[in-house]
Design a protein around this ligand. Structure first.
Ligand code: ADP
Ligand code: MG
Length: 334
């Protein structure tokens, strides 16, 4: 109780008491990228046309017509940047989870998405791939835009890293935890962001349904905590030994988390571990005190050495000691 109260004061909501006990056994901490390590508010940074038939503004507007129909943060970034007054009709719109979107405007099939999607649709980037990769090496997420099988251009968005992500990862690395980033984004972008925050292990191009599977694989090497915010993180939050959800994230993720970080700051991950360790030390001390009085006093009372009143005082003292000791936890810096 003391420990969950301390957590609550720091914006760490412990939804399952067990989590605070499991947390100290964790070996690996897996982080979702978008919305967890980064702010999750991508903004369009580059629009490049690869085809003479279309200029940058037209490319952005064309994309906005489709992205208007998607809920993805990337889609919102494109729609905001284009800032259209009215939208064209899109037929047969489809969300291709973790890859992009497609639909028909007039008789042209428009596909917007990552390189995986372009490969699936057999849309060749040709020499433009270099220009795309350059954007990705800068940590930007790229969306190719194609009309039929013809590549029209690329739109890049950047999502900045949260101010305190770097410090939290530094402390976890220093304490000897294995830190891993997992994302649906491409490898180059993911690595660039990982480098910014200090994570060395990156699992990229993971489709939403496979995040939990990856966590399961990591669990072969010890207990895993998963930190995430999105709808697609919910299965991984459940699969992990301790699921830590960002309070700033989706309701579904929060519902799936054992611990919720109300402020959405990764500092809370470090604090949860420290709180877990401190709490467990207290539990052990308290067990000692609760038993010590009884182990010593009961035989003495039975033997008639202890006056019954003293035995009663000892009984009460054991409870007082335990409660006082538990409350001393509040003094602990976490
Ligand atoms: P994350 O794990 O980073 O939240 P997602 O699994 O949601 O990422 O998406 C993975 C990738 O699929 C994105 O980085 C983007 O390239 C592409 N993508 C997803 N949704 C869209 C969309 N609405 N429009 C264009 N591309 C998209
Ligand atoms: Mg996310």
């Amino acid at each position: 109780m003391v420990s969950s109260g301390m957590g609550a004061k720091r914006g760490i909501l412990i939804r399952k008491g067990e989590a605070i006990q499991t947390m100290k056994e964790i070996k690996t901490i897996v982080f979702d990228k978008t919305g967890t390590l980064t702010k999750g508010k991508p903004e369009v940074t580059d629009v490049k046309s690869f085809d003479k038939s279309i200029n940058e503004k037209e490319l952005l507007n064309l994309s906005a017509n489709l992205e208007k129909l998607s809920e993805h943060p990337i889609a919102k970034a494109i729609v905001n940047k284009a800032d259209l007054k009215s939208y064209k009709k899109v037929n047969g719109f489809k969300v291709l989870r973790g890859r992009g979107v497609e639909g028909k405007i007039g008789k042209d099939m428009i596909t917007i998405g990552n390189q995986t999607l372009m490969k699936e649709r057999k849309i060749d980037l040709g020499n433009f791939v270099k220009s795309v990769e350059k954007l990705e090496e800068d940590g930007k997420t790229t969306m190719m835009v194609a009309e039929g099988k013809k590549i029209l251009g690329v739109i890049a968005v950047a999502d900045s890293v949260k101010e305190d992500s770097k410090e939290a990862i530094r402390r976890l690395n220093k304490a000897g935890y294995r830190t891993v980033m997992i994302t649906g984004d491409n490898e180059r972008t993911a690595k660039a962001i990982a480098k910014q925050v200090g994570i060395k292990e990156v699992i990229a191009n993971v489709l939403p349904e496979y995040k939990a599977k990856k966590v399961e694989e990591l669990q072969k090497n010890g207990m895993v905590a998963f930190v995430g915010d999105g709808i697609n993180d919910a299965p991984a939050l459940k699969q992990s030994n301790v699921g830590i959800a960002m309070g700033t994230g989706t309701d579904i993720a929060i519902e799936a988390g054992d611990i919720v970080l109300a402020k959405g700051s990764l500092e809370g991950v470090v604090q949860s571990i420290n709180l877990s360790k401190a709490t467990f030390r207290k539990i052990k001390q308290n067990l000692f005190w609760a038993f010590a009085y009884n182990v010593i006093a009961i035989p003495l009372a039975v033997a008639g050495v202890l006056h019954p009143v003293i035995a009663e005082v000892a009984m009460a003292l054991s409870s007082v000691t335990v409660v006082t000791n538990a409350n001393l936890l509040r003094r602990k810096k976490i």
